[in-house]
Ligand binder design. Structure first.
Ligand SMILES: Cc1cc2nc3c(=O)[nH]c(=O)nc-3n(C[C@H](O)[C@H](O)[C@H](O)COP(=O)(O)OP(=O)(O)OC[C@H]3O[C@@H](n4cnc5c(N)ncnc54)[C@H](O)[C@@H]3O)c2cc1C
Length: 353
């Protein structure tokens, strides 16, 4: 992959141009950024046509939007390349009491076989159409980069490491978006997203833009307080603060080599299925391996022979197969070790009722 330079000369302070809603000028600029497309009733929540347009989702299968390759149709669908789309979709969902799901690469989700009874917004804010940088990512200060939430997290990790910046080396192997990484506090190789987040820009369900400083977002193991934020519509951008690390790319290559040897990269999965149990000094994968479950198969879902904490879709797996396999693993590990494994992947049911 050709790597576009993020820090073309030496990293230096540049002016941070994203509209800050806390100033009058910023609020006006944010309004422009979030304004509905002109001359269109597409997102007018009161227009019956709005929902009809989004009902095209009936033909959109969630299996095509997830790395697992599993999941039925969603009731309403929108591919969004501008924050304005998302904002209007959020308002529409609210006005019609529709469940709203914002999706990055679907690399941490297991969708139900019946699909999702609500509005799915596929986040593609990563290009010039979103209005910042010419590739969805820009340098905003010394060692500071701001990326739209739909920007590929692995690409950001490779770009920053190649330029001698440390903190996102681990991201090189994570197939999600910047928004998904912040939401999940993605991590690997002893690093995690939380360590380098400076701020997170969000849109609320009421349509307000808020910039949350690092001290306003709490992070834990594969958890962020964004997951519990009741009025969150979507993360729209994240600013990272990195440190100079000339050997970053070399270290990243070692991480990637390790991944290739130990994880079923070429197969369909959603990454690690279970969280590592806290404070036991043993990983979920090791427990599943010792329990002799590698290769266990239900329908088209199989515990990977390479990494016991991965379930792979060997072809035609259903969510029902994966859920049955998860139950079987949990039961065996509990019986053998008295340890209750907890899921890291997010199961998205057809409806919450
Ligand atoms: C082969 C493989 C390897 C992996 N390795 C790792 C690893 O090493 N470490 C790790 O932590 N994870 C790993 N994962 C899991 C996954 O890639 C990460 O959790 C990733 O951060 C998810 O990003 P996403 O954009 O795909 O999120 P999605 O799966 O699309 O969404 C996950 C959750 O985040 C929410 N979300 C996504 N974007 C937004 C947004 N913009 N605003 C609000 N909410 C949002 C969704 O609603 C959903 O609840 C791996 C997955 C695979 C398939």
């Amino acid at each position: 992959m050709a790597i576009r330079s993020l820090f073309p000369v030496l990293p230096m302070s540049t002016s941070y141009s994203f509209p800050s809603p806390s100033t009058a000028a910023g609020a006006a600029a944010a309004d422009r950024l979030l304004a509905p497309p002109q001359g269109s009733d597409f997102f007018d929540a009161s227009s019956p046509a709005a929902l009809d347009r989004l009902a095209d989702g009936n033909r959109k299968l969630l299996r095509d939007l997830s790395t697992f390759g599993i999941g039925g149709p969603c009731s309403f669908f929108l591919e969004s390349s501008r924050p304005a789309h998302l904002l209007c979709a959020a308002r529409l969902a609210r006005a019609r009491s529709l469940p709203l799901l914002i999706l990055g690469r679907g690399s941490n989700c297991l969708f139900a076989d019946r699909g999702f009874d609500g509005l799915v917004v596929l986040n593609r804010f990563s290009s010039a159409s979103a209005g910042a940088g010419d590739d969805g990512v820009e340098v905003v200060g010394f060692g500071r980069v701001r990326a739209w939430s739909g920007y590929p997290f692995n690409r950001l990790g490779v770009q920053t490491a190649a330029e001698g910046w440390g903190g996102l080396e681990f991201a090189g192997g994570i197939p999600g978006t910047v928004g998904g990484a912040a939401f999940m506090n993605a991590g690997a190789n002893g690093q995690e997203t939380a360590e380098v987040v400076e701020s997170v820009e969000v849109v609320t369900r009421e349509g307000d833009v808020r910039i949350l400083g690092r001290d306003e977002v709490r992070f834990g193991y594969r958890w962020s307080s964004l997951q519990d934020m009741q009025d969150l519509a979507a993360i729209i951008a994240v600013t990272f603060r990195l440190r100079s690390a000339p050997a970053a790319r070399e270290r990243q290559r070692e991480f990637l080599d390790g991944r290739r040897k130990t994880q079923p990269i070429g197969e369909r999965s959603a990454g690690s299925v279970f969280r590592n149990p806290a404070g036991l000094g043993v990983t979920a994968g090791e427990l599943i391996d010792i329990a002799g479950l590698k290769g266990l198969k239900i329908g088209g879902a199989k515990v990977s022979e390479l990494h016991a904490n991965f379930i792979v879709n060997t072809g035609g797996a259903t969510a029902k197969d994966v859920l049955a396999l998860i139950s079987a693993i949990k039961e065996r590990v509990d019986q053998m070790f008295g340890i209750e494994l907890m899921e890291e992947i997010r199961y998205v049911p057809y409806s919450s009722s």
